[in-house]
Design a protein around this ligand. Structure first.
Ligand code: URA
Length: 239
């Protein structure tokens, strides 16, 4: 891990501006390995140095991983001019520059969403080569019939001619299905179900790979997790 200027390090870890960080450093609010450092250009070793801000430990994290139970009505985006986004819902203590959702859920879809500032991680999750299955629970506006199961037993061609990779539908009850897909096409599940003549009343993402939405996380709530806690995402690539 290369050295980082102290003002940049403090700004990134405390989610404050570089200007605010410089000011705080000059005021003597920051110490490195027990010594107050007033030079914002001081070269810090983030993974080795012990940093204190106002006497409180600043635990260096290169990246942050947040698991959200996305509520309906919120955009899966980092920012928007007028509409509320999932990043707007991240509590202040977890906020950082560069946060973005890993993949998109429709505005009306609820459930598991990972928000991070780690681009490589997002790339690994979203890469089509990885074929990571995402599991959804869909409440439908009609009954799941033999024909529905038959349509989902092979590749589905959407109305615009797009051929989707094999998806899996399990009937949970007459109008409730668990659906697994390994792609992330626009409105994919809704469009697949459309081929079967079914509309979606509500859609919730329950899992990405082998990582499941924690039961205790209410809609709109977030938790910070470690990268290793998200490991199961990559452990279950097939159904
Ligand atoms: N498929 C959809 O149709 N919508 C989502 O939000 C996710 C998958």
């Amino acid at each position: 891990m290369p050295n980082i200027r102290l003002d940049k390090l403090i700004a990134s870890q405390l989610n404050i501006s570089r200007k605010e960080a410089r000011l705080a450093i000059r005021k003597g609010r920051v110490s490195v390995n027990g010594e107050v450092v007033k030079n914002p250009e001081f070269s810090a070793e983030p993974e080795k140095d012990t940093l204190l801000f106002d006497g409180q430990a600043v635990c260096y994290k290169k990246y942050i991983y947040i698991v959200m139970n996305k509520p309906a009505g919120v955009l899966s985006a980092s920012s928007d001019k007028s509409r509320e986004t999932v990043v707007d819902l991240v509590p202040e203590n977890l906020r950082r520059k560069g946060l973005f959702p890993v993949g998109r859920l429709d505005k009306d879809t609820t459930g598991l969403l990972v928000i991070t500032d780690d681009g490589d991680f997002a790339h690994r999750v979203l890469s089509p080569q990885k074929s990571i299955f995402k599991t959804y629970k869909a409440l439908l506006d009609g009954d799941i019939t033999e024909e529905t199961l038959d349509i989902f037993s092979r590749e589905i061609t959407l109305a615009d001619g797009t051929v989707c990779r094999r998806a899996y539908l399990k009937k949970l009850d007459t109008r409730t299905a668990e659906i697994k897909i390994c792609e992330g096409r626009y409105h994919q599940i809704k469009r697949m179900l459309g081929v079967a003549g079914l509309g979606v009343n509500s859609l919730e993402r329950r899992a990405i790979g082998g990582y499941f939405l924690p039961d205790y996380l209410k809609e709109g709530e977030c938790i910070e997790v470690s990268l290793s806690e998200l490991g199961p995402i990559f452990n279950l690539k097939t159904v």
